[in-house]
Every structure is written in C-alpha cells, then in structure tokens.
Design a protein around this ligand. Structure first.
Ligand code: NZQ
Ligand code: ZN
Length: 386
C-alpha cells in the first residue's frame, strides 16, 4: 500500500426527511445564494422543503444550471454573487448543479480576469466561497468530494478542476429524492458510480486489501440494487443503498493508497463535449475498449474482479479477465445503456483523431495508471468503441 493523506471535511447528513436540517446547517448571518437546475426541484417537493427550512435566512435564487454545467450560465451566476454580495451558496441538484457551484466557489475569490483559466490552466483552489449541497441525484459523488467538471459549448471543451477548498461544508442526502428521477437518470447514476469504482480499483494488484474489499462491496451493491431502483424508485431500502454507494464510490476513501486510472473518464469527457452524450453513457462506451486495449496491464486485477464480484472461478487468468470485461459491458446494457458510439451518432468517422488532438491540446498526454495512454492510444480506444 502506498503512503497517503486523507482529508474529507464534508459533513454528510443522510436519510429521509433530513432536508429540514438546513435551518441549522446554513449560517443565518450570511447572505445565501441558492442554486438549482432546470426546474425538477419545483416539481418534486424539494424546493418547498428547502425554502421552508430557510424561511428565516436571507436567500437569493439562481436557477437554470443545465446538465453538463455551462460556463456561460455560470458567469451569469457569478455576476449575481458579486452584485448581491453573496457569502454562502447552497446547491440543490445533481452533479451538474453541485459542480457549477464548486466552479463559482473558486471563481468568486479568483483574482485573474478570466475564470476559464481556472480550468484551462488547471489552477487548484485552496480557499473557496463556502457552500453546502442538497443532493437530488445519486451518481457523481460530487456531494462529498472536491472535484468539478465544467463544459463550454462554444469551444466544445469539458474540463475538470478541484482543490482542497472545494469540499462542500455539508451535504444532505435524502434517498427519497430519487422517486422522481427518470429511468435514464437512474441508469446513468448506477453506471457512473460503477465506473468511479472501476477507475480506482481496476488497475493492478497493490496489496491494498481493504480498499479492494470496499470497492468490490460497492460494485456488488450496485449490481444488487440496480434492478430494484429501476423497477421501483419508491423502494427506500434500494434507494438508500444506491445513494450511499454512489457517495462512497467517489468520496476519496477507495482511492487512498492505491494506483488510479481515470483514463476512461478523460477520454469519455470528449464524447460529451463533442456529441452531448450523457456522462455515464460515454463511460459505458469507452470502458470496454479501454480495458480490452490495456488487457495485458490489467488482466490480473480483471481476474480478481471476475472472481470477487462475478464469482467466476474457472479458467485461466486471461479467461477470467476476458469474461470480466464482457460481464461489465452486459451490466451496462442491462441498465438500458448502449455501449457503442455508433448507437448514439452516425457521425463518428475520424472522431478518434479529434479526441487525440483535444487531449494533446489540454496536456493529457500520459493517461492511465501506467501513464502509457498517449493521445494516439486514446484514439485507438475510441476507434475500438465505434
Ligand atoms: O436540471 P433539473 O431540472 O434539476 O434536472 C436534472 C437534469 O436534467 C435531473 N434531475 C436531477 N435530480 C432530479 C432530476 N429529475 C427528477 N428528479 C430529481 N430528483 O437530472 C438531469 C441530470 O442532472 P445532472 O446533475 O446533470 O446529472 P449528474 O448528477 O449525473 O451529473 C452529471 C455531471 O457531473 C459531472 C459530469 O461530467 C456531468 O457534467 N461529474 C462530476 C464529478 C464530480 N464532481 O466528482 C465526477 C463525475 O465523473 C462526473 O464527471
Ligand atoms: Zn463519472
């Protein structure tokens, strides 16, 4: 196991009916900006619960943060923060609203002229404007980590940012919010969280037994609850296990002391930037080809995954590893997620080369746990996923 430091300062408040605790969690002496998305919170009772809990606070609202939060929209929110002298933010939404709020947390205190530089120049944020979150979509883990991904349509870019100043102060996770999620978003949540675990687990054996067992446990839990939450989002037990699995998949714990990959995400972000395909679906397209391409480097861990998660005990390391990739792709498909780029667009010829160009332009030239996925290798992975 490698040496590590663990710093996860977010207070997580989990369970049905907990949104009312905003009254104590949000500071009363600060002017608050409440941020939300396209309006789902106004249809499912979350907005009413939040505003009721904040009736004694001074609150300004900013709605309309879109899925894959858009830089131009966030610049408008930044104006509100400056004009209204906002001192605290509350994100009410899924990963996109929370990530948008993280960007604003950084941008509000950024002294440069162009906040896009925080993303383009990979500037880490050590101090941000404080914020909390009310999660409405289990998927990204953004409610308990310090990362954010922002999109910019005009340049077809989708870039990440982060830093220790960007942890939410608190996050309220009420599993009943999934009752109004469309099936597509539930499936996305499962696939995204599943891939988060894979990016941190599926590398090579690193003598980190506990991290492996926790990762395998999250994967098994996601496989167990997926058909249940899809069939009945009112099933509280399934919803609670779904939500906690998504948080645990990317709150920092399973990545400590182990090598991590993240190439699937970095390549997949290009598919959202160019085609607007949902984040989770881009992962399901790229992961099987990435693991096939890196089979030699990953086969030992793939075989372990086959044994521990799918109970495949017969055959050679190679046999088990191959079956593990097939099982993973079949799992994504069982969620109703298509795993080939050509199933989403006809306009895919030459896209591998475009991905290579874009990765190069953003300095992502050595991806993967061995830092051996060059833009050229990434292009091959994309082509294998057509
Ligand atoms: O905008 P509204 O009207 O709220 O509708 C949203 C949106 O259309 C809807 N929704 C959310 N909660 C709902 C609901 N509909 C009904 N009932 C509810 N309770 O769902 C749609 C998708 O929301 P979004 O926030 O975009 O989804 P998700 O949570 O999957 O976030 C995706 C974004 O997070 C980034 C992705 O790249 C993408 O931009 N990621 C962030 C990460 C992080 N910060 O750690 C890691 C991830 O790998 C990922 O990259
Ligand atoms: Zn993800």
């Amino acid at each position: 196991m490698k040496n590590f430091e663990l710093y996860v300062p977010t207070k997580l408040v989990f369970g049905e009916g907990e949104i009312k605790k905003l009254e104590e969690l949000v500071p009363k002496d600060k002017k608050v900006l409440m941020l939300y998305g396209g309006g789902s919170i106004k249809k499912n009772g979350v907005y009413e619960q939040v505003t009721a809990a904040l009736k004694n606070h001074t609150v300004v609202e900013f709605g309309g943060i879109e899925a894959n939060p858009e830089y131009q929209t966030l610049l408008k929110a930044l104006e509100v923060i400056k004009n209204e002298n906002i001192e605290f933010m509350l994100a009410v939404g899924g990963g996109s609203v929370i990530d948008g709020t993280k960007f604003l947390s950084s941008a509000a205190l950024y002294e440069g002229d162009t906040p896009w530089d925080i993303l383009a120049n990979r500037i880490r944020t050590y101090v941000g404007l404080p914020f909390g979150t009310v999660l409405t979509l289990p998927a990204t883990g953004s409610e308990m980590n310090s990362g954010s991904v922002i999109s910019r349509k005009e340049t077809k870019e989708k870039l990440g940012m982060g830093g220790p100043g960007l942890f939410p102060q608190f996050s309220i996770c009420d599993p009943t919010v999934i009752r109004t999620l469309p099936q597509r978003q539930i499936a996305n949540g499962v696939a995204d969280a599943y891939t988060h675990v894979m990016e941190q687990y599926l590398t090579y054996p690193a003598d980190a037994f506990l991290q492996d067992r926790i990762s395998e446990g999250i994967l098994q839990t996601l496989i167990e609850i997926a058909p249940k939450v899809l069939a009945d989002p009112n099933d509280y037990v399934a919803a609670a296990n779904f939500m906690w699995s998504c948080t645990m998949a990317l709150n920092g714990y399973i990545q400590k002391g182990v090598p991590t990959d993240w190439s699937v995400h970095m390549i997949a972000h290009e598919l959202t930037a160019h085609y607007g395909i949902d984040h989770a679906r881009t992962l399901a397209i790229i992961l099987p080809s990435a693991y096939t391409k890196k089979f030699e480097q990953k086969k030992e861990k793939l075989a372990q995954y086959a044994e521990q998660v799918f109970n495949i005990t017969e055959g050679s390391v190679e046999d088990k590893a191959k079956q593990a990739i097939e099982k993973t792709e079949a799992f994504f498909q069982s969620l109703g997620i298509k795993t080939r780029l050509s199933e989403y667009t006809d306009d895919y010829q030459g896209f591998g080369a475009k991905v290579a160009e874009s990765l190069k332009a953003h300095g992502m030239i050595k991806l993967g746990e061995h830092r051996d996925i060059t833009p050229e290798v990434a292009a091959e992975i994309v082509e294998m996923a057509y």
